[in-house]
Design a protein around this ligand. Structure first.
Ligand code: GDP
Ligand code: MG
Length: 295
């Protein structure tokens, strides 16, 4: 019996619902979803097995307002990801319609027109039918899309159609990720994202944009999970902030993250957090490697 496997890039403006869609597709919380734009740092992959097809989803970081070299590298990686993908989804926020940002994405997608590109209109739960149809008509005038689909990532509407459509487009070949690796990669990434999310919510806003969390160890035995993670910050002063008065802040972050990890894993978790300074990582080659980005 033959199998198929391929990559699907999800492109869209900040807040279009990319992370929500990937989460809904894989039934796991693997990328941060927040009302703040541009919180997605890495090309987090969700892996979905649909029948005899494996679909690897790439979440792309914000494509807008790149200033730092680091952010530019993320944008480049996002487009490189789309160029290598077997199919591309342009996620359109139905509540916003055709914005200037979306127009820019439409022109940027034109060179990829040889591959199957789908316009996926999201948040159908929030918008009247007439408006959805108007939007679809406007998008179809671009002649860029193989099909225009309507979904609600939040309510999981239209997702099984989307999955089977994509599964049918994946090229023949073996699965990229064996089953056990799928969950391993996703769990580690997920655990790091959960801790980073706690940093976001518990700390002053300026800090988390300059922080990165990596899961270093993961050891499950005797009915519990021992997880250690490193929080990388840019400056010694940031390290002090993350640790807090007598370690109060890191404790809050750690226990809040641990509680969520325990819920997710359904077992006791021992979580260790280390805070390390890595100066200038925004322009640091090693950081790119760590984030799995091409320069
Ligand atoms: P990203 O920046 O593209 O990754 O967007 P997120 O996935 O973080 O979503 C941004 C916001 O839109 C969040 O508040 C989501 O809950 C919300 N959202 C995403 N999909 C839907 C949807 O289908 N319906 C509604 N009503 N809200 C959605
Ligand atoms: Mg996101």
């Amino acid at each position: 019996m033959t199998t198929s496997c391929g990559f699907v890039a999800i492109i869209g403006e900040p807040n279009a619902g990319k992370s929500t869609l990937i989460n809904a597709l894989v039934w796991q919380k693997i990328a941060i979803t927040t009302p703040k734009p541009q919180t997605t740092r890495t090309n987090v992959r969700g892996v979905v097995i649909e029948g005899r097809s494996q679909i690897i989803f790439i979440d792309t970081p914000g494509i807008f307002g790149a200033e730092h070299k680091f952010e530019k590298a993320m944008v480049k990686a996002a487009w490189a990801g789309a160029g290598d993908a077997d199919a591309v989804l342009l996620l359109v926020d139905a509540t916003k319609g055709i914005t200037e940002g979306l127009e820019a994405l439409l022109s940027a997608l034109a060179p990829l027109a040889k591959k199957p590109i789908f316009a996926v209109i999201n948040k159908l739960d929030k918008v009247k039918k007439e408006r959805l149809l108007e939007l679809a008509t406007a998008l179809s005038s671009h002649k860029l899309f193989r099909e225009i689909l309507f979904i609600s990532a939040l309510k999981s509407d239209g997702l099984s159609e989307l999955k089977s459509l994509l599964a049918g487009l994946m090229p023949q070949g073996p699965f990229h990720y064996p089953d056990d690796e799928v969950s391993d990669v996703q769990l580690r990434t997920l655990a790091a994202e959960i801790t980073r999310e706690k940093l976001f919510f518990l700390m002053a806003q300026e800090l988390p944009y300059a922080s990165l969390v990596e899961t270093e160890q993961w050891d499950e035995s005797e009915g519990m999970a021992r997880i250690s993670q490193v929080v990388y910050v840019q400056r010694e002063a940031h390290k002090k902030m993350v640790i807090g008065e007598k370690g109060a802040m890191i404790k809050r972050i750690g226990s809040s993250s641990r509680r969520e990890l325990e819920k997710m894993l359904g077992k006791k978790v021992h979580l260790e957090l280390f805070v390390k300074v890595r100066a200038g990582w925004k322009d640091d080659r090693e950081t790119y490697r760590l984030l799995n980005l091409n320069e």
